[in-house]
Ligand binder design. Structure first.
Ligand SMILES: NC(=O)c1ccc[n+]([C@@H]2O[C@H](COP(=O)([O-])OP(=O)(O)OC[C@H]3O[C@@H](n4cnc5c(N)ncnc54)[C@H](OP(=O)(O)O)[C@@H]3O)[C@@H](O)[C@H]2O)c1
Length: 285
C-alpha cells in the first residue's frame, strides 16, 4: 500500500474500501474483514451508511493492529452544529467500538458546518481524531470555509471519476494543501464505465483490468480513492495498482473522457436541496 502524508503529518493510504449502500450488516462485516485480510488499511464509512457496527465488528475480528488501520467516518447533516457534533461523534465511536477515529468528515455542506467544525477542532485537539476534513465541499464553499476557521481540513472528499474528473478542484486543493479524495471512483458503474472503449483498449495494452486503469489514473493524479466492492477477487484487484505506470499520453487520452458533469443527480436547485434535507432528517444517526 502506498501512503500520502496529510497537511498535519498523518499518513493516509492512497486506496481504501468504501461501504456506502451496504446495508446488510453480515455482508458489510464480511466485506470489511476480507478487505483487511487482503491488505486494505483505509475503510470509509459514515453514520448515515448505517453500518458502523458491522465495520467495527470486522475490525475487532481482524488481526491487524489498530494503529495500522485508517478508519474514516462522517458526521451527518442533522448533527452538523456545535451542540450535536460531539454527541454524533461519540455515537459513531461507540458503534465502531473504537477509542479514536483516523479521519472524521463533515458529510455534507449543510446546516451549521462552522459550528460543527469548532467541535471537530476540539475533538482533534483532544486527540480523539487524527485528522478532520470535509466532504462534498465545492471549491467556492471550500475557500470561503477555510478563510474563517482555525484548523484547515486535511481532506476534502468529492465525487471524481473518468467522467467527472474535477481537475480544477484538484488544483485548488493542491494549492491549499488539502488532500483530494475521490468517492464513486468507478462512477458506481454508471455511464457503462467498465465497458468504455478507451478504458478497455488501455486494459489490453497494460494487461490490467479497467478498474485498475481507473484507480491507477486517480493515483497518478495524487488522488486517494475508496472503491466499493463486495467481491474478494475484485477487492484484490483494486489495491493492486502500484506496480505499473500509465504514460503521459494515455493519461491525456483519459482526460478526454471528462464530461464535467456529475454522474449522479445534483443538488443545485432549491427544490433538490429541500428534498435532500427532508430525506436527510429521516436517518436514525
Ligand atoms: N461522501 C459521499 O458523499 C459519498 C458518496 C458516494 C460514495 N461515497 C464513498 O465512495 C465509495 C465508493 O463509491 P460507490 O460505492 O458509489 O461506487 P464505486 O466504488 O464507484 O463503484 C462500485 C461498483 O463497482 C463495482 N466494482 C468494484 N470493483 C470492481 C472491479 N474491480 N471490477 C468490476 N466492477 C467492480 C462494484 O460491484 P461489486 O461490489 O459487485 O464488486 C459496485 O457495483 C462508497 O462506498 C462510499 O464509501 C461517498
Amino acid at each position: 500500500m502506498d501512503y500520502v502524508t496529510l497537511n498535519n503529518g498523518i499518513k493516509m493510504p492512497m486506496v481504501g474500501l468504501g461501504v456506502f449502500r451496504v446495508k446488510d450488516q453480515k455482508e458489510c462485516e464480511e466485506m470489511v474483514y476480507q478487505a483487511i485480510k487482503l491488505g486494505y488499511r483505509l475503510i470509509d464509512t459514515a453514520a448515515a451508511y448505517e453500518n458502523e457496527e458491522a465495520v467495527g465488528r470486522a475490525i475487532k475480528r481482524s488481526s491487524v493492529p489498530r494503529e495500522d488501520l485508517f478508519i474514516t467516518t462522517k458526521l451527518w447533516v442533522t448533527d452538523t452544529n456545535y451542540e450535536r457534533a460531539k454527541k454524533g461523534f461519540q455515537r459513531s465511536l461507540d458503534r465502531l467500538g473504537l477509542d479514536y477515529i483516523d479521519l472524521y468528515l463533515i458529510h455534507q455542506p449543510y446546516n451549521d458546518y462552522y459550528g460543527a467544525w469548532r467541535a471537530l477542532e476540539e475533538l482533534y485537539r483532544e486527540g480523539k481524531v487524527q485528522a478532520i476534513g470535509v466532504d462534498n465541499f465545492q471549491q467556492d464553499r471550500l475557500i470561503d470555509f477555510i478563510s474563517f476557521i482555525d484548523i484547515k481540513p486535511a481532506v476534502n472528499l468529492i465525487e471524481a471519476n473518468v467522467f467527472f474528473q474535477r481537475e480544477e478542484e484538484l488544483l485548488v486543493m493542491k494549492n491549499k494543501n488539502i488532500q483530494m479524495e475521490a468517492w464513486s471512483p468507478f462512477a458506481a458503474g454508471e455511464n457503462k464505465l467498465f465497458t468504455n472503449e478507451l478504458l478497455q483498449k488501455l486494459s489490453i495494452k497494460y494487461q490490467k483490468s479497467v478498474a485498475q486503469i481507473v484507480l491507477r489514473w486517480l493515483y497518478q493524479r495524487g488522488i486517494v480513492s475508496i472503491p466499493k466492492s463486495s467481491n474478494p477477487e475484485r477487492m484484490k484487484e483494486n489495491i493492486d495498482i502500484f506496480g505499473f505506470e500509465i504514460t503521459r499520453e494515455d493519461m491525456n487520452a483519459i482526460a478526454h473522457l471528462d464530461t464535467s458533469q456529475s454522474c449522479f443527480p445534483t443538488r443545485t436547485k432549491a427544490n433538490e436541496v429541500e428534498e435532500f434535507l427532508e430525506n436527510a432528517k429521516k436517518f436514525q444517526v
